[in-house]
Design a binder for this molecule. Structure first.
Ligand SMILES: [Zn+2]
Length: 165
């Protein structure tokens, strides 16, 4: 029997659960507690692909990866806190993004799924801060006013893949 394919939602949920997040101190390192590579980076399988954990965290929480993903917290390669990660070639853009404010920032489907996975564990305010969006957006995502269709599509696509095997 073919190995069951996880939905993106399930994978993200699993990934988030492997992050040691101190919810009282979300600014601390989120140390990945899954498989660790010899290099010291975490490893996680997502969408049939092996990722270094911090790169996946950046991809999920922040956005597209142009180049290297580097740590601001030197010495903890397992850290996946999006606030501690930055794109190697993208420092100027990051600064721009930080000064643009939160209102209306577009987030992707994965980020929406992460927010759903984390809601209940983290306050709306904290989620808004992590993902650099407004609290209203967080609220809408939690209440399925935004993104419900996107998440449904992921599940449907995945079911389609299962039927094909
Ligand atoms: Zn860190």
């Amino acid at each position: 029997m073919a190995r069951q394919i996880k939905t993106d939602e399930q994978s993200i949920d699993e990934f988030v659960n492997l992050l040691a997040v101190d919810f009282d101190n979300p600014d601390y390192c989120w140390t990945f507690s899954g498989t660790i590579l010899v290099s010291g980076y975490g490893r996680f399988r997502f969408q049939q692909k092996d990722w270094r954990a911090h790169r996946l965290a950046y991809h999920l929480f922040v956005g597209d990866i142009d180049n290297d993903v580097l740590h601001k917290c030197i010495g903890n390669r397992r850290c996946c806190n999006p606030l501690h990660l930055y794109g190697g070639d993208n420092i100027d853009n990051q600064d721009d993004r930080a000064t643009q404010g939160r209102a209306g920032r577009k987030i992707n489907m994965y980020q929406a799924t992460c927010i759903k996975s984390l809601s209940g564990l983290v306050s709306n305010n904290t989620l808004a801060c992590w993902f650099n969006i407004s609290r209203r957006q967080v609220n809408n995502i939690r209440r399925d006013k935004q993104w419900y269709r996107a998440v449904d599509n992921v599940i449907q696509t995945d079911l389609g893949m299962e039927n094909a095997t």
